[in-house]
Design a protein around this ligand. Sequence first.
Ligand code: SF4
Length: 227
Amino acid sequence: MAVMDLDRVPIDEVLRYLGAGGKDPGPLLPLAEDCARELLAAARPRWTWRGFGCEIAPEGVRLDCGFLLPGKDLADHLSGCREAVLLAATLSPGVDALLRRTQLSDLSRSLVLESCAAAAIEEVCDRAEAAIGERYPGRGFTSRFSPGYGDLPVTIQGEFLALLDAPRKLGLCATASSILTPRKSVTAVLGVREPGAKAAPKAKSCGSCSLRGSCAYRRRGITCGRE
Ligand code: SF4
């Protein structure tokens, strides 16, 4: 388990989530910067991971510990990979508390804070991925793919977290309906590319975005442009 000293939230990502990417943000910029500062003060980011051998099987991706990540979409995503990394990261309960308080007192600010939290957990995952990459020199990863995306069932969250000992190490759990608590957390699978394998362009995607369940873009059948 690693504790991360997160010192910045990528404001361009925050603005993109808010629908102001590539435009003049006007007064949204100072508001986003202020919310980012408040979020960083509340966050205590932590993350953990484990590497596994894996086999692409007709029913999904089978890890060498015997755990099955079911479905075709992740199997396609990890095509050609013989190793996979399971990653879990959280911003901590303090961020959930901040969001709950702000929802009651200032709904517009809470929407900006939600976007700051989404950008922050992505940043935590990016930095965690860079640190894990040092253990796989010359390899590289596929983009992150989370339970609940495509046909990878969200109901595996509990077992996924147990494999990483995340409840004990991070205080990160899943409810009976497989919602992560703290809420601003991510679990994701990354395929480890074989040495010399041609890396496909690695676009960021909805596959691990923490806004996925409530995304206004996706409700309209579009994306924020991250993919
Ligand atoms: S769920 Fe997808 S479209 Fe929505 S904010 Fe996240 S990356 Fe963008």
